[in-house]
Ligand binder design. Structure first.
Ligand code: SF4
Length: 225
């Protein structure tokens, strides 16, 4: 049982080289998400009230033993900013000497704004062209929140990458081109796109030609398999 007031942790990756560019990091998966994307790869993390897999104190103890071995800790999910306990957890991790990264869909821009001074890198999910957002998230109103979070990141100067998981059943490749125009026009420098997986299988066989053309719009563009 998770102690009252403690970050609810759904899982931990002790070492990764891909979740915070250029850093050796651990990833803390936070329980709970308010959205319901049809392709979500972490369904066990969606229910905020599900029993925690790990106690936060045990995660902190683990991180204490990794000082000097890891560069950073990434809070992922689920949606980490859902939890009111996240800012305190970020402070604790920072106090241990780690850089802090965040994976977020930007659904709570005010909470993201409060965290930004402590964040060294953010992976911001941009789900779709903004007019098509609700069809992806299963909830109304997400586009304005994600757009606000993007604006906050651009203004703060915190290094970040926009990340889009593409389900061609929800919007066509031309929607990625629209999104590229929007993101590049706002000054986004790093964008990665991956085809979604449905029932464990890739929904996009090969990188479509429309996607290949997008690469020139960004300082770094990645198509992730
Ligand atoms: S925002 Fe992320 S965690 Fe939440 S349902 Fe969508 S893909 Fe899953």
């Amino acid at each position: 049982m998770t102690a009252r007031g403690e970050l609810r942790v759904g899982g931990l990756t002790p070492l990764t080289t891909i979740d915070f560019p250029g850093r050796l990091a651990a990833v803390v998966f936070c329980q709970g998400c308010a959205w319901r994307c049809s392709y979500c790869q972490n369904p066990a993390l969606l229910e905020a009230g599900a029993p925690a897999a790990l106690r936060w104190d045990d995660v902190l103890a683990f991180l204490g033993r990794r000082q000097g071995l890891l560069d950073a800790v990434v809070f992922s999910g689920g949606e980490p900013t859902l939890q009111a306990q996240l800012p305190a957890a970020v402070e604790q991790v920072h106090a241990l000497g780690f850089e802090v990264g965040l994976h977020t869909a930007g659904m709570y821009p005010a909470r993201l704004a409060r965290l930004l001074p402590r964040l060294a890198w953010v992976g911001l999910d941009i789900k779709a062209p903004f007019h098509a957002y609700d069809a992806v998230t299963g909830m109304p109103g997400g586009a304005a929140k994600a757009r606000r979070s993007l604006d906050l990141l651009l203004a703060a100067g915190v290094p970040f990458e926009c990340r889009t998981t593409w389900d061609p059943g929800l919007f066509p490749a031309s929607g990625l081109e629209e999104l590229a125009d929007e993101l590049a026009g706002r000054g986004v420098a790093h964008w990665s796109v991956q085809g979604c997986r449905i029932d464990g299988r890739p929904a996009v066989g090969v990188q479509p030609p429309e996607v290949r053309r997008l690469s020139t719009r960004f300082r770094e563009f990645r198509w992730r398999d």
